[in-house]
Design a protein around this ligand. Structure first.
Ligand code: F0G
Length: 361
């Protein structure tokens, strides 16, 4: 007879709510909606570390390995479970693509309707495919993410829908668990945590997680939090709303971050900083990661691009973690456009032609 026990599914990993229940706002009454998210690998990237030119250790937290391919699953398992507990019938979010994919998946699994507002033509193919196949009700607006979020907030004020953007506190509660996992993998917090920043929900959540683990004596130090925005979409760095944000890293194409005030508090409390990285710098880091066998989406590579840009400020013997927020498969168009690999096309299907191209004949 077969017995399925969720606790042992995925190598004993029950999903982050069950794994970290005591650190989360979960009760006996919370219906847990999970896809066994979390427990993503922390991978050393030695050839990237070498580029820094001093003795440092660098790891990437590869959150693109979550069930829908981004860190949003961490927040969404908690947000959807709590929405369901509260009796919600529908959820809504604005998104540059990853939040909508995660909201769509978890809402379906939990039996809720999901409405997602996206900037028309400005989300990648993979993300759009996800929202559609998971069965969300997709509303593509003729406007950017910031406008979509305003509409989401306005809708939720008037109608019975729960917002699952990172203004929903349960999202940050779920996302803070990535900090727990980093501490468990390293035995303590790193010196620097490098994070790509859009709405600044994730950097805020990580800071919450490290602080909570320190209070529980699970770690003894706190990292400096280093946030990186794309140069055409860097409102926190520039200290002003960007009306028309632009960047190839569409996931972080945001001009008016929802968690701006919190982002500044994280900077002050952690003695961290916000910096911008240009699209060419982002794409260079994206290719360097691929050369280590790691395929992330362009927005994610902003963390590595930022670390390399600030290499002179990195402490000697520093231990650095760069967060890779989303999977490269989300954005195949950019990958194909940026790859410099040899690609022979229209090759005659015979051994001599193939061998000749391989340099053997
Ligand atoms: N990286 C990726 C891949 C993202 O999708 C996002 C945000 C971020 C970084 C930035 O995280 O907003 O917490 O600072 N994506 C949101 C979305 C906006 O709609 O998917 P943040």
């Amino acid at each position: 007879m077969l017995t399925y026990r969720p606790e042992t599914a995925r190598g004993g990993w029950p999903g982050l709510i069950r794994a970290y229940e005591r650190y989360l706002p979960i009760t006996d009454k919370t219906p847990v909606v999970t896809l066994h998210e979390g427990n993503t690998p922390l991978i050393p990237v030695p050839t990237i570390a070498e580029r820094i030119g001093k003795r440092v250790q660098v790891w990437v937290k590869y959150d693109g390995l979550n069930p829908t391919g981004s860190f949003k699953d961490r927040g969404m398992t908690v947000a959807i479970s709590k929405a369901k507990e509260a009796g919600a019938a529908a959820v809504i979010c604005a998104s540059t693509g990853n939040t909508s994919a995660a909201a769509a998946a978890y809402a379906k699994r939990g039996g809720l309707r999901a409405f997602v507002l996206i900037p028309d033509g400005k989300i990648t193919q993979g993300k759009l495919a996800q929202a559609l196949i998971y069965g969300a009700e997709v509303i593509a607006i003729d406007g950017n993410f910031d406008r979509a979020l305003e509409l989401v907030r306005g809708t939720a004020e008037r109608y019975p829908v729960t917002v699952v953007n990172s203004v929903n506190p349960y999202r940050l509660e779920g996302q803070k668990t990535a900090a727990f996992e980093i501490v468990e993998a390293l035995g303590d917090a790193p010196d620097w945590l490098c994070v790509p920043v859009g709405n600044a929900g994730n950097i805020t959540a990580y800071w919450m997680g490290f602080n909570q683990y320190c209070r529980e004596n699970r770690c003894s130090t706190l990292p400096q939090m280093m946030g990186f925005q794309a140069a055409g979409s860097a409102p926190i760095v520039e200290g002003k709303i960007i009306e028309k944000p632009e960047t190839i890293a569409t996931a972080i194409r945001i001009g008016n971050p929802a968690n701006w005030t919190r982002a500044i508090a994280v900077q002050n409390e952690s003695r961290g900083g916000y910096h911008s990285v240009t699209d060419p710098e982002i794409l260079e880091a994206y290719r360097l990661l691929a050369a280590e066998g790691i395929f992330c989406e362009p927005a994610s590579a902003a963390s590595v691009a930022g670390m390399l840009k600030l290499r002179d400020a990195i402490p000697a013997d520093g231990r650095i973690v760069c967060v890779l927020t989303g999977n490269g498969l989300k954005d195949p168009d950019t990958a194909i456009a940026q790859a410099s690999a040899t690609f022979h096309r229209q090759v005659s299907p015979d051994l001599t032609s193939v061998a000749r191209l391989m340099g053997f004949a």
